[in-house]
Write a protein that binds this ligand. Structure first.
Ligand code: GLA
Length: 736
């Protein structure tokens, strides 16, 4: 990232801007610009003469940074009476009348805030990463906000957050406290947002933003993304496509209530305020205390949605996800093959099956714990994390040993933040449970949430994980689930109930930090009844996430497609299950487009099915580095085409793998025209071979077809997908 500061009077730059100053007499004095630039994008802050800090540009970087100052004069939009619509962090109660980034009640009861530029500095964190800090202060009250912009030059990503402090005589109430405030200019703005529910994650909706405020938010507390995640895209001028158009992406790094306001203002510009949801959460900030908001990340590309997503995926692998550039374990899970109905003997058989199948690890799911109220359904036992003596008389330790002798690793499911009312934990510690003291309890999946704002509960949750590892040092994997939302939000521990939602997330973060402090590298899957908690705050502690309980492969093509705009394939846990009507090959091919796992009864597979799976796992072993660490290009989208197609290309452009699926089952639907490949080297030659063929079937493709990258990207290749070949995986290798 590069930063410039233009000192003014007398500089050549001032001369260029004379006309502009003439048109804006209030700005006659020196102009201070703070352009924040990455490889391709820029956001330019300006310190006005009255010390307001404004945003004068957001978009594609200009070749000549000096010209940023000329941008405002090119706009003849209506007058901004408040002269604050483009504030870099909009305060409330003084001049601004628009949706604020911050609202406060001072110690003396006054509701007004103004924020003036004081200073800024840039810290170079590495060759790629810089941190710009801008200090703003209220001229009347001893109240300040530091704005932080951490920029990643190569990937065009910025993380923005704030720290709020004061030295007033008593506490100040923060009513709203956004992490970021942006200002975008375009002819029109197109919001691509997501909605969903259990098994319906990541359904996209794109619409033109109209005047007023559109809010994306959640008030669910835990499993916060159940109906809506914080990730979104805004296209400039027209909806961006995969390869064309200007688009910004954003999302909040916060595993709790979020709120993103998108306000099309009277000047037709777009104001974005993103942060923790202030719903039921006025924050009492003590004198001298620093309140730091979570980061809001954003990126911008003028090359369409695909380019933005590849940059974001690379950024995530390099900077955000635990072990983002490392390896992952393939696994066999028993959730759908046994549900709660298993015992040591049955699991011993499944451990043998794990080996037979050829995956790395067996993942024991829900149902292994609790004695007084055994976990034989989702109605009881959550909270009592002792092995169920009937199912597992010799404990987890015996299973870990059994796994070791079978030659596979062992992992386990936990849902440590939750409690069933039918549990010893609930009986012993009702005060650890989130519930209103005088109201009827109300359950989500028959359970309640533990009060992670309470340090004793944090210890309890940490100890669940810690004692599993202490007792079973061979334990190799954790699936951390979180199935309930928060109803009747109330903490018996907190004096100030308004702090609850924020303290919950802080408590969760403390626990995860402790877990990672002691067990830095053990792989962990982030699950929340599916994708109810996927964000880059949580993913610093996790190696992968569970996108959805919906494993119907046809559905998964859509779900995984949308997640992939925001999260790299290495984080997407995809399991082959019995959901859906597609053949085993189709199910396996879809699961291979990320981190492959199985959740089937291996013992019930017939001969060809078993050998197909065994061979597919071997094929995956040879392709997984490309899928996990390569660049992903979306070639043919399932929403608008009969065939969905995705390609992953390795960094050197010498090998790639392309997945193709029939997604429209109407009569004679097929891949009529060639699908244009992307990301290859035009001058290289590539051999295309079909892989993952079901035993006894042959590819209908020409054997050993060799094509130039130029041909494959200009004309394309027809994978011959049709009702008889609904799923086709192609290996593309450079021929030297
Ligand atoms: C949630 C998860 C499932 C499974 C069950 C177990 O629904 O999403 O994968 O682990 O819990 O109860």
């Amino acid at each position: 990232m590069k930063f410039y500061q233009f000192p003014f009077p007398g500089s050549g730059f001032l001369a260029v801007c004379t006309a502009w100053f003439f048109l804006h007499p209030a700005r006659l004095a020196a102009q201070t610009l703070i352009p924040l630039e990455t490889g391709h994008m820029a956001m330019v802050l300006e310190v006005e003469q009255n010390k307001d800090l404004d945003i004068i540009y957001f978009g594609k970087k200009l070749k000549n940074a000096v010209e940023y100052g000329l941008i405002p004069r090119q706009y003849k939009q209506p007058e901004d009476y408040t002269r604050s619509l483009n504030a870099a962090y909009t305060p409330a109660g003084s001049r601004s009348l628009a949706e604020p980034a911050i609202t406060v009640t001072h110690a003396d009861g006054n509701n007004s805030l103004d924020l003036k530029y004081v200073s800024h500095h840039v810290e170079k964190i590495s060759g790629d990463v810089s941190l710009l800090t801008v200090l703003l202060k209220d001229p009347v009250y001893d109240f300040e906000v530091s704005l932080y912009y951490k920029s990643y030059y190569r990937d065009d990503v910025v993380e923005q957050w704030t720290t709020i402090r004061h030295h007033e005589k008593g506490s100040v109430t923060l009513h709203k406290f956004a992490s970021a405030n942006l200002y975008l200019k375009a002819e029109s703005f197109w919001l691509n947002q997501y909605h969903g529910d259990w098994a319906k994650e990541m359904r996209p909706e794109e619409s033109r933003l109209t005047h007023g405020i559109k809010t994306l938010d959640t008030k669910l507390g835990t499993r916060a993304n159940l109906f809506q995640p914080s990730v979104f895209m805004v296209s400039f001028d027209k909806p961006a496509t995969e390869d064309e158009g200007s688009v910004m992406y954003g999302g909040l790094e916060w595993s709790g209530n979020f709120r993103i306001d998108l306000e099309l203002d009277p000047l037709d510009n777009l104001r974005i305020m993103a942060g923790i949801n202030n719903y039921a959460s006025p924050y009492q900030l003590q004198p001298g205390e620093a309140f730091t908001t979570p980061a809001f990340w954003y990126t911008f590309s003028d090359q369409g949605k695909g380019d933005a997503s590849r940059r974001l995926q690379r950024w995530a692998r390099d900077y955000k996800i635990l072990d983002g550039n490392g390896n992952r374990l393939t696994l066999l899970n028993n959730w759908e093959s046994t549900y709660f109905d298993f015992n040591e003997a049955r699991l011993a058989g499944i451990l043998q099956d794990t080996k037979k199948l050829g995956v790395d690890l067996f993942l024991l799911d829900d149902g292994w714990f609790a004695n007084k109220y055994p976990r034989n359904s989702d109605h009881a036992g959550l909270g009592d994390w002792q092995e169920n003596r009937q199912k597992l008389p010799n404990g987890i330790a015996a299973l870990v040993n059994e796994a070791q002798s079978a030659g596979v690793k062992f992992g386990i499911w936990v849902e440590p933040e939750m409690v069933n009312p039918k549990s010893e934990l609930y009986e012993k510690h009702p005060d650890w449970v989130v519930k209103q003291p005088n109201r009827e309890e109300y359950y989500f999946r028959n359970q309640l949430v533990l009060d992670l704002s309470n340090p004793k509960v944090q210890d309890f949750v940490f100890n669940i994980i810690d004692s599993l590892f202490i007792k079973n040092p061979g334990l190799a994997y954790i699936k951390w689930d979180c199935n309930a939302v928060i109803y009747n939000a109330y903490s018996a521990h907190l004096k100030n109930q308004s702090a609850f939602y924020i303290e919950y997330v802080r408590g969760l973060t403390k626990v995860l930090e402790r877990v990672r402090g002691k067990y830095p590298s053990v792989p962990m899957m982030l699950c929340s009844g599916g994708g109810g908690r996927v964000d880059y705050a949580a993913l610093q502690f996790f190696t992968e996430f569970w996108p959805s309980d919906n494993t119907d492969p046809l559905e998964r093509i859509f779900i995984q497609w949308e997640y992939s705009y925001f999260y790299p394939a290495i984080t997407s846990s995809n399991h082959v299950t019995d959901w859906g009507r597609q053949p085993l090959k189709f199910r396996t091919d879809v699961a291979m487009m990320g981190k492959l796992g199985f959740d089937i009864q291996v013992s019930k597979l017939n001969g060809p099915d078993l050998s197909f799976c065994q061979q597919a796992i071997k094929n995956y072993d040879s392709l997984k580095q490309i899928i996990w660490h390569g660049d992903q290009y979306r070639l043919s989208d399932p929403l608008n085409h009969a065939v969905a197609s995705v390609i992953y290309v390795d960094e050197t452009k010498s090998s790639a793998v392309m997945f193709n699926y029939l997604v429209n089952y109407r009569y004679d639907e097929k891949s009529r025209v060639p699908i244009r490949l992307k990301g290859l080297d035009a001058v290289k030659k590539y051999r295309i071979t079909e892989t993952n063929l079901y035993p006894g079937t042959n590819s209908t493709l020409e054997e050993n077809g060799i094509y130039t990258g130029d041909f494959l990207m200009q004309i394309g290749f027809n994978p011959v997908v049709n009702a008889n070949r609904t799923s086709v995986v192609l290996k593309i290798e450079e021929v030297r």
